[in-house]
Structures are given as structure tokens and as C-alpha cells.
Design a protein around this ligand. Sequence first.
Ligand code: FE2
Length: 361
Amino acid sequence: MENPLKLKRIHHVEFWVGNARQAAFYYRKGFGFSQVAYSGLETGHRQRTSYALSQGKANFLLTTPLTPDDPAADHIKKHGDGVRDIALEVADADEAFAEAVRRGAKPAEEPHDLSDEHGTVRRAAVHTYGDTIHSLISYKDYKGPFLPGFMAAPVAGDDCGILRIDHIVGNVELGQMRHWADFYTRVFGFHRYITFDDKDISTEYSALMSIVMSDDSHSVKFPINEPAPARKKSQIQEYIEAYGGAGAQHIALQCKDVLYTVSKLEKNGMEFLRVPDAYYDALPARVGPLEEPIGTLKSLGVLVDRDDEGYLLQIFSKPVEDRPTVFFEVIQRKGSRGFGKGNFKALFESIELEQARRGNL
Ligand code: FE2
């Protein structure tokens, strides 16, 4: 197994947002995350406030700047709310940082200790696409609620059955997909898991291309998308323009029972993309027998795809901020390790309708 940075898992995803208090409320009330920890003025942090949330093994960190001279303020001015850091736990942050830089990664933060009364972690960071970074975190003796500097601030959410982060997709500029796929091979030792070209992912009007990069254990997957030229504007190009460059497009959250999870999320007011009813008429012939009733899938708007290994059920949210940028996928895997290739056409036609409504097609 090639794992040059001794990567263990996605530790958390940090969003830089305009109002972290309200974002925390949204992810608790909408997605069923529980708040676990807090850092801000009350913990002696004068520059930023952060809320750490978790559900299953998925951890989000929501951070807002308290002053206009904080770098997070510039990030929000340029990108709106978005993903700043896909933080990775590694065996040894110093070694991982040195190896990543030796392999061509651009340093973002030199290795340093983060400490409080609960112990110490070691942290460094490297740049990836756009203004996004990968923190590299390793544990020394830390036993606190989230990371040093945070105090426990538990607020239970109404758990929606989300288990873990399945994959995180990056959108990059036209012509940059191969560069960033190669970056994950060269720096992280990832391999190319699946490639989708513009023939796989195109509608009458618009197209994109995608390479799914994965670690050898298939526990960390980072697909990279780029726009493809077509008659009208690619959804990836719309993202790039709205976000002000490359960035994280969607986070797929894996659940154990998609019908339970999606019905709870819809009850909570989360909004998902819908495909035409005809999709469900054609479904039995396309995917064969399913354990879930088609009527229930249709009423919730859940999509299904099958491959040699089994099937998967998935649904995509609308963007979760006013700029048409970051959105979420909810996915349940029943044997399939794919990404729903059979759903691309119906899904992207549905996205195009939204793009057209926004005046961006
Ligand atoms: Fe996805």
C-alpha cells in the first residue's frame, strides 16, 4: 500500500463562513449534527470564533472572522461561505509535511504544536486547489473535546443517520483537472479510481469531466472536476465564476438508511434537486430489483444506480449558500463503490434547470 504521508482519515472539514453561529444552527437543525466544541472570545481567541460539529464520524468546523484583517475575512469576501480546509489526520505531522513538500506540495503552515490543558497535537498544512488547504494533524497526548484551544460545548442535534464523509469533490478551472489529479498521485500516493469524460457527463447543453482520486484503502476519495466545452455553460464553470476560482464543490455524506436520512432531512426543510417522474418509470428496467419501494424513492427524490458490485442510492442538495457553490450529497452504498454514472444525465439536466433560473446557463 502506498501511503507516503501516512494518512489515516479526514479529520474534519473547515468552512469559513460569514456567521458561524447561524451556520452551526443550520447544520444542527437541518442536517442533524451535534455541536461538540467551541472556541472564541470566551476561550481567549480574539480573532475568530469556531464551532465544531459532528455526526457519526463526520466532523465539520465552522469558523468566522471577528475582525476585517483576519485572512478568513478576505476568503469570505472573495468566495462567500466555503470550504477552507480539508483537514487530514496523519501519523506524524512533521514527517507528513516534510514528505508532502519534498513531493512538490506548496507549504501553507510549518509544523507547530497546538496545546491546552487537555494535551497537544502537532499541526502543519499544505495548499491544494484554489485557496483550499489540507491541514495535517497528528496526536501526541490530546484528550479534549475537539482540538487544543476548544472548550466542550455540547448541544445535541437530532441525528439523521449520517455515518461518515464518503468523498469530497473539487472543482478546478478548465485544463487543470489532470494537474490536480497528478498532484494527489505525486504528493499523497493516491491512484486514479475512475475517470469520467465529457461523453459520460454531458447533456444536450453542457458537460464536465471528472477524475476520482483515491487512497489505496478507498477510505479517502477526492474526485476532481473540470468544465468541458459544450453549447452552454458547464455547471463547473458556473461554480468557478460564483466561487471566484477553484474550490470544494460537494461533500458526500454516507448514511446507513437513505430513506430514513432523506425523509428526516426533508422534514427539517433541506432542499434537494428533483428529477422528472419519468426517471422512476424507467428505473426498474435500468437497475433491476431493489429492496426499497420505487414509490418511496420517488416521493423522496432519491436516485439509484447499479454496477457489477451492487447498487447505490443518492440525492443531491441545492447549494447551501446564496452563491451557487457548495452543496451536499447523501449516499447509501449497497455494494457499489461507484459514483452514480447512470444518474449523471438526469441529474445534470435538473442542475441545468436551476442554472437557467439563475441566468447562468
Ligand atoms: Fe458525489
